[in-house]
Design a protein around this ligand. Structure first.
Ligand code: PMP
Length: 316
């Protein structure tokens, strides 16, 4: 049940009717930025929830600034359009919204200034992005992560994703599930589309925002859970490649990947090779929170169908 739809040129239309020109600047030069927002279906409540919708549009507004672009409207209004779009699909399953802001001019000449912005969102079904049921095997990529002095990773730029594509394809062709980027300086950065966390001696550690990572919204959610549930303050710092091999636990996270635990990196078992205890505890909370089953994380969610706020879950 349901149909993939798009918010396109101010109207909600079937995705087949949302077409852009082969001359569009954003298509030819990758001049634009995008977001990925999950909407989780909660069968029990008969409700669909957009996850961190406001945060995604706030990040998009910041990234647009880097590219001399502007969101077409306020964050609040972008969220309202997303709700309208998700509702219009009629889906009663997990879906994904892809807002894209790009230079729409049909001209030749690479630049950012003096061009017009176009914006659209599409909504389509989405299952698992990576296998979250088993431990993943990461392979350190021979491709380095783009540096902020060349292409800013934080800006979620369309064209920048060739860097991620090279990493992912190399990893899969070499028999790994996902690639692990090192920065130009050789420190651990992130996966092709996921932020990286490790646990060493009970300390939760992740690369910092000045380490060429995307400033992940799931990354922040994980930090919130670790602090709120377990009193653990995440340490953001540079991580060496070989620290990863001796870590007790590793997981990667993102809107698509959600929270995926890592059993091996470069053919070395991480800890016991099983899911780590802290990873399991954080994961459990995350998966319940995003689906609207924990009242205390309801501030992450925007209801799509307008059902009353969920009351399930332990209050603290
Ligand atoms: N890093 C990269 C390169 C990504 O593309 C993504 C997915 N958006 C992430 C990290 C995770 O970010 P978020 O949690 O905001 O989805």
């Amino acid at each position: 049940m349901g149909r993939s739809m798009a918010y396109f040129k101010g109207r909600v239309v079937p995705v087949e009717d949302a077409r852009i020109s082969i001359m569009a600047h954003g298509f030819n030069y990758g001049t634009g930025c995008f977001e990925g927002i999950r909407a989780y279906w909660n069968e029990e409540q008969g409700e669909m929830y957009l996850l961190h919708a406001h945060e995604h549009f706030r990040r998009m507004a910041r990234n647009a600034k880097i590219l001399f672009m502007e969101l077409p409207d306020t964050v609040e209004s972008m969220v309202a359009r997303s709700v309208e779009l998700a509702r219009a699909t009629g889906y009663r399953q997990d879906i994904y919204l892809r807002p894209t802001l790009y230079k729409g001019d049909e001209i030749i000449g690479v630049r950012l200034h003096g061009l017009n912005d176009e914006f659209h969102i599409y909504a389509a079904p989405m299952g698992n992005y990576v296998d979250t049921a088993r431990g993943l095997h990461l392979g350190t990529s021979s491709w380095r992560r783009i540096d902020d002095t060349a292409v800013p990773a934080r800006a979620k730029i369309i064209g920048a994703y060739i860097n991620s594509a090279l990493c992912k394809t190399e990893a899969v062709m070499n028999g790994f599930d996902e690639g692990l980027f090192l920065n130009p300086d050789g420190h651990v950065c992130e996966g092709s589309a996921e932020n990286f966390f490790m646990v060493r001696d009970g300390v939760l550690i992740t690369p910092g925002v000045a380490d060429n990572i995307l400033e992940g919204i799931t990354r922040s959610s994980i930090m919130e859970i670790a602090d709120r549930e377990f009193g653990i303050k995440t340490v953001s710092r540079a991580i060496d490649r070989t620290e990863v091999y001796v870590a007790d636990e590793i997981f990667i996270c993102g809107t698509g990947a959600q929270l995926a635990w890592v059993s091996h990196v470069d053919h070395r078992a991480i800890g016991t090779g099983q899911m780590g205890a802290l990873t399991a505890r954080i994961r459990e909370v995350y998966y319940q929170a995003v689906r609207g089953s924990l009242a205390r994380y309801h501030h992450w969610l925007t209801p799509v169908l307008g059902a009353p706020a969920p009351t399930v879950g332990t209050k603290r």
